[in-house]
Design a protein around this ligand. Structure first.
Ligand code: NDP
Ligand code: OXD
Length: 313
């Protein structure tokens, strides 16, 4: 079985070593420009378009991350890029769900207990006790109830604040009030105090975090964006912070990464920035997951995590 591999060069050697160990029977090679030789499977992260030249025998492309937006953008910009007969398969959890629960849990509790405001008071050397927000009305609304969103919702439920979840199709999650589809979007947003974004980036969700959405939340709401930068209309967030409609935001993802040094977000004390690090792709878990799925496909079995190209995730 032939497996072709691409990640940005800095990381490639470690991945290749671990895949070779997990799939000793496979003929594994790193893609080099001009390589259009046959392969049964491709394993990629942020591949260049040239990697998808017609390749005989390709059955599946594995994306070494949860979000497939970068690959699907290649197809949108250059129709016909993706091989027609190959499935696109993404990482499901792969150790990212617990990291996402830690990151979002930390940010939600930081705002509930107003540690963000204590940071500012400390910088000013001011000793002042702040009343915590009432837990009963500190409603957390999670956009996206998939692998990551539902794990985050379950992790937050025991803290006692109301937790809501929004998805395309109806979901039933204990301790979480769920909403589905556009018809229920405004009801989901109404009165939410912390909006967490864990949607995939698709044409339907592009720019979803905008002034209209912010206006439906509770006054002085918080935003946590851990999905994709292209979900957020940046100027609308700056305006909502200026008006007080949004009290503070924690952002892990940006339209341009790395965020340029002169971006206004760096100068906004109410925005907390992390460098797309809320949930890292863990090599050991991801290699094990992909190797197991390749083995299953080679045996003629079906696997989960197959991307629906029409839906975009
Ligand atoms: P899933 O595909 O498991 O879940 C996606 C969820 O979003 C589903 O509940 C889906 O609804 C819902 N959804 C999709 N489109 C819409 C829509 N138009 N309206 C309403 N709901 C919608 O994805 P994951 O949970 O694994 O990952 C989510 C995203 O998190 C990734 O796509 C990626 O962008 C981001 N991510 C960020 C990381 C980081 O480090 N910052 C790390 C990993 C992922 P339904 O249930 O009905 O299908
Ligand atoms: C992912 C990511 O989508 O790391 O997996 O952002």
């Amino acid at each position: 079985m032939k497996v072709i591999f691409y990640t940005p060069p800095k990381e490639a050697a470690d991945w290749l070593r671990d895949f070779a160990h997990a799939m000793p029977e496979a003929e594994l090679r790193e893609w080099q420009p001009g390589d259009d030789a046959p392969a049964d499977f491709a394993v990629v992260w942020r591949p260049p378009r040239e990697m998808f030249t017609p390749r005989a025998g390709l059955r599946a492309v594995f994306n070494l991350g949860a979000g497939v937006d970068a690959i699907l953008a290649l197809e949108r910009e250059h129709p016909g890029t993706l091989p027609r007969d190959a499935q696109l398969i993404r990482i499901e959890d792969g150790g990212m769900a617990p990291q996402m629960a830690e990151y979002v849990g930390h940010a939600v509790l930081r705002y509930l207990r107003r540690f963000d405001e204590y940071d500012i008071l400390q910088a000013e050397r001011r000793w002042k006790v702040l009343e915590p927000h009432p837990r009963e009305t500190f409603t957390v609304g999670i956009l996206g109830m998939g692998v990551l969103g539902s794990h985050v919702a379950r992790a937050l439920a025991p803290f006692g604040m109301p937790v809501r979840g929004y998805s395309r199709s109806p979901r039933d999650i204990e301790g979480v009030k769920t909403y589905a589809g556009e018809a229920q979007f405004d009801a989901f947003l109404s009165g939410v105090k912390v909006l967490v974004n864990l949607l995939p980036h698709t044409p339907d969700t592009h720019d979803v975090l905008d002034a209209r959405v912010f206006s439906k939340l509770a006054h002085g709401a918080y935003l946590i964006n851990v999905a994709r930068g292209a979900h957020l209309v940046e100027q609308d967030l700056l305006d909502a912070l200026a008006s007080g409609q949004i009290a503070a935001a924690t952002l892990d993802v940006f339209r341009e990464e790395p965020l340029s040094a002169n971006h206004p977000f760096w100068r906004q004390p109410r925005i907390t920035i992390t460098p797309h690090s809320s949930a890292l792709t863990l090599r050991a878990e991801s290699v094990a997951q992909v190797a197991a799925k390749i083995a299953a496909l080679a045996r003629g079995e079906s696997v989960t995590g197959v991307v629906d190209l029409a839906r975009g995730y």
